[in-house]
Design a protein around this ligand. Structure first.
Ligand SMILES: Nc1ncnc2c1ncn2[C@@H]1O[C@H](COP(=O)(O)OP(=O)(O)OP(=O)(O)O)[C@@H](O)[C@H]1O
Length: 372
């Protein structure tokens, strides 16, 4: 059934490493004590609790480096970590506390990070999740090229590559080829938004071979139909639809505190080690800088205030049109660059005669595909 192909159709989406800042204005000295309690970081569900019928049912397959064509797979890596109040800014020793992922090619990592400063040490939790998404074989691959599946899914965490010898891989979670964009968003996207709104930075990135489905997963079909997102739209538009719904609810529920959110987005591309603003393509060769207050940032990158999912869709459409694409032998519209869509979510509210300010940053990264 299977036929060798020269490259690996592997896609990965990673949602990882985040830092959050909660900063309280004005009465800074009292800030730590008066800060409202955040939701727990690991609102990200245990992948084993996220199984869907489709995932359980499928014996889907994927290709491996030396192997056969077939559906690609993706990895979502999720992590969140929070820094406490801004005064304790320097992060010190990392204390890895590995939980699970024994013996597999990936592991779920839950870490605590000790914040080194003159103040008492604060444990900074960190949460990561690696998720594989298997892409179905296209009709061209199946009919014209005669490729078949080369994988068997054993469980929600384990896949076997049907080579000689067979090789088993274990991940935090495997989303089979039948998983819908919506379901994937519910597993990987919602917890990220919830964490960001609680002031934890979050990052998701898609990693894998050209044509394996990274852009489909991260962006998909960005258009709208009758004011609703397309069924095929990817995780990014869905994240913002959910984010603005949550913002509306929160602002409504905490009217008495005058809670207000504001969101700013930027969209950049890294191509040939050069950074370009995808929303202002003449702005190219931008520089990475580091600042004590801001941390690492891209100088002169434009940020746009967004108030609705429509605002975000416009930016996504504008940016993806400007992204560098070219044909590869596996994908006629292959992204040749890395893209990073960032949203900074800031919230401000009054409580006990103090103004509170909280930040969370969301990074959504679609890496360029590898042809090797
Ligand atoms: N889960 C899926 N279901 C159906 N079609 C898919 C799926 N994933 C990807 N595809 C289709 O496969 C093709 C390649 O996907 P995509 O462009 O997202 O790959 P990619 O990994 O981003 O590639 P590159 O790295 O070359 O940019 C597209 O036509 C896309 O619509």
């Amino acid at each position: 059934m299977s036929k060798d192909v020269p490259s690996v159709p592997v896609a990965a989406s990673k949602k990882m490493q985040s830092e959050g800042n909660e900063n309280e204005f004005e009465n800074l000295l009292n800030s730590v004590n008066s800060a409202p309690i955040r939701s727990p970081l690991n609102t990200i569900p245990d992948p084993s609790q996220c199984q869907t019928e489709a995932i359980r049912a499928i014996g889907s397959s994927m290709s491996k480096r030396t192997g056969n064509s077939g559906p690609s797979f993706e990895i979502s890596k999720v992590s969140s970590q929070v820094t406490p109040a801004r005064r304790t800014s320097s992060v010190g020793t990392r204390l890895p506390l590995y939980t699970g992922g024994k013996g597999g090619s990936s592991s779920r990592v839950s870490r605590a990070i000790a914040v080194a400063s003159s103040e008492p040490q604060v444990e900074v939790p960190c949460f990561e999740l690696v998720l594989i998404r298997v892409r179905p074989i296209s009709s061209t691959e199946h009919v014209s090229q005669g490729y078949g599946r080369c994988l068997r899914q054993e469980s929600a965490q384990t896949l076997t590559w049907l080579g000689h010898p067979e090789i088993r891989f274990t991940f935090d979670h495997i989303a089979c080829e039948m998983i819908s964009q919506e379901k994937l968003f519910r597993v990987a996207g919602i917890p990220m938004v919830d964490n960001c709104m609680s002031g934890y930075n979050s990052c998701m990135f898609a990693y894998g071979q050209t044509g394996s489905g990274k852009t489909y997963t991260m962006m998909g079909d960005i258009g709208e139909m009758d004011g609703e997102l397309n069924e095929d739209c990817g995780i990014t538009p869905r994240i913002f639809e959910y984010l603005f719904t949550r913002i509306k609810e929160e602002e409504e529920n905490r009217k008495d505190e005058g809670l207000l959110y504001s969101c700013k987005c930027s969209f950049l591309e890294i191509y040939n080690e050069q950074i370009t603003d995808l929303l202002e393509p003449s702005s190219t060769n931008l520089h990475l800088r580091e600042d004590v207050k801001k941390g690492v940032y891209v100088e002169n990158l434009m940020e746009y205030t967004v108030c609705s999912v429509d605002d975000v869709l416009k930016l996504l459409l504008q940016g993806t049109t400007n992204r560098k694409i070219a044909a590869t032998h596996m994908n006629s519209e292959s992204s040749r660059s890395h893209s990073v869509f960032t949203c900074t979510i800031e919230s401000r509210w009054e409580n006990d005669s103090m103004t509170h300010l909280r930040f969370g940053r969301l990074n959504l990264v679609d890496l360029a595909g590898s042809e090797r």
